[in-house]
Design a protein around this ligand. Structure first.
Ligand code: NI
Length: 465
């Protein structure tokens, strides 16, 4: 945004200062002047139009690429906005200050075959808020037609849906930074994303103006998605000609029906890790259980008490398949912020729910955020619970990219490690088969926390074996 504003003000400056060389005879209306000049973009000229009177101050820069359909579309878009502005000027009553309009353009990308164009329209009509609209396209120079998002992802519904999800995440991030995290992004749909620009070699951008995908009060909002997050979706010639798309990840060899060395209960001193999943059960947990059970891998689930009653069947399946269930509190508070009574309630209510679902009461807790202190550990000890932290943090909540998550788990695994994941993220669950395959090849077995640590002592904190 800042960059755009800077470019805008520079072009304004040049415009007002530059004497209109190659000036044509004045046109109607009588206060309008125009001239042509090379733009700063190779091979693109601009037509500058100015109107300056007591009622209005207007500066318009039209792009002239020499490709008729592109120039026509840009001109029509600009003229439509300008006509509305002119109507407003005519309707304006006696006014002390002129209404202003500044229209400019940017060409963020220009190759032999394609060109991205952004038209920015800023109007300040007396009595109303200043408005800032933007129209943008990436054109195929040969056909002169805009390339759509559908074209970019090879026409696939699933690929387009992936882009939509990432673009909504980008919007959420922008809104969070603007301290408006509660604003919905559900209104952003695929149609809104059909036109895009090539922001740079690895970024698809949607530089929306004010009110174009969200309420005007949200201001301008620029969405962007990294092509690195769309490696498999962009394996087509068009996408590769516009962006630097990395090679697709080598397919993980189909899971051989791995003879799993240890499906037994214990791993004393052996080459084992305990994979743990927090914050569930969630909608991906059953898929995860299928993956684990197919390979005979055991895991530990630190569940939220508030989710247990509704998913008692999933908990029973965990138990029946030999996984371990631990306590992750009822509502995921930071236990260090609670009174001893509050800590006891979070833990006991969750233990009760797990007991109702499975007939067993857990003996291990994972404090949310890993937050604990003496008070917390003392209360847990009184409740007969041990605190289980981790030695390998996949940071899967921060990087919703399953290859990053898998690499992090595999690179940091050591015999006796406790690995932290969250089964509420689809990308984390996606990473699990990669983690199991890679670590199996290194001879690891996958066991529960109890099998890894043996008998744990209430009130103690464990990071691994
Ligand atoms: Ni958690």
């Amino acid at each position: 945004m800042v960059g755009l504003a800077a470019i805008l003000s520079v072009s304004l400056f040049i415009f007002w200062k530059m004497p209109p060389h190659s000036a044509e005879p004045p046109t109607d209306p009588s206060d309008e002047r125009y001239y042509f000049a090379d733009s700063k973009y190779q091979g693109i000229r601009s037509k500058f139009v100015a109107r300056d009177s007591a009622k209005q101050k207007v500066s318009i820069e039209y792009p002239i690429t020499g490709i008729k359909t592109i120039d026509t579309l840009a001109r029509k878009t600009i003229n439509q906005a300008d006509e509305e502005f002119t109507q407003a000027v005519k309707a304006g009553s006696s006014i002390s200050e002129p209404m202003t309009e500044t229209i400019s353009y940017q060409v963020p990308y220009n190759s032999a075959d394609h060109l991205s164009l952004i038209v920015s329209i800023k109007q300040n009509i007396h009595g109303a808020h200043p408005s800032s609209l933007r129209y943008f396209w990436t054109f195929d120079k040969k056909s002169g037609k805009p390339v759509t998002l559908r074209d970019l992802v090879g026409g696939s519904d699933a690929n387009a849906a992936k882009v939509l999800t990432l673009a909504r995440n980008s919007a959420k991030k922008t809104l969070t930074e603007a301290q408006k995290p509660d604003t919905t992004v559900d209104d952003i749909d695929e149609t809104a994303l059909q036109n895009f620009v090539v922001g740079n070699a690895t970024t698809i951008s949607w530089p929306f103006g004010q009110g174009m995908i969200m309420a005007s009060s949200q201001g301008e909002i620029e969405l962007s998605v990294s092509v690195n997050e769309l490696v498999t979706e962009l394996q087509n010639p068009l996408a590769k000609s516009l962006f630097t798309v990395p090679e697709p990840p080598k397919p993980v060899p189909p899971a051989p029906v791995t003879p799993v060395p240890r499906t037994d209960a214990s791993c004393p001193g052996g080459r084992c890790v305990a994979i743990t999943f927090d914050d569930g059960p969630g909608v991906h947990t059953t898929r995860l259980l299928n993956m684990l059970d197919q390979r005979g891998a055991k895991a530990t689930f630190f569940v939220l008490g508030s989710k247990v009653d509704a998913q008692a069947g999933v908990l029973r399946r965990m138990q029946d398949s030999g996984h371990q269930i631990g306590n992750h509190t009822w509502n995921h508070p930071s236990l260090t912020q609670l009174s001893p009574e509050g800590i006891r309630q979070e833990i006991s209510n969750t233990n009760d729910a797990i007991q109702r679902a499975t007939g067993h009461t857990p003996k291990i807790v994972r404090p949310p955020y890993g937050a604990a202190n003496q008070t917390v550990n003392a209360e847990l000890g009184r409740l007969g619970m041990s605190s289980i932290l981790w030695s390998v943090d996949t940071r899967d909540w921060a990087d919703s990219n399953s290859s990053i998550v898998c690499n992090r788990a595999v690179a940091n695994a050591r015999p006796g490690a406790i690995i932290l994941l969250h089964d509420i993220h689809t990308t984390s669950v996606d990473a699990v088969s990669c983690i199991l395959d890679a670590l199996s090849r290194q001879g690891y077995g996958f066991v529960t926390v109890d099998s890894l640590l043996g008998n744990t002592v209430p009130g103690q904190v464990y990071y691994g074996r």
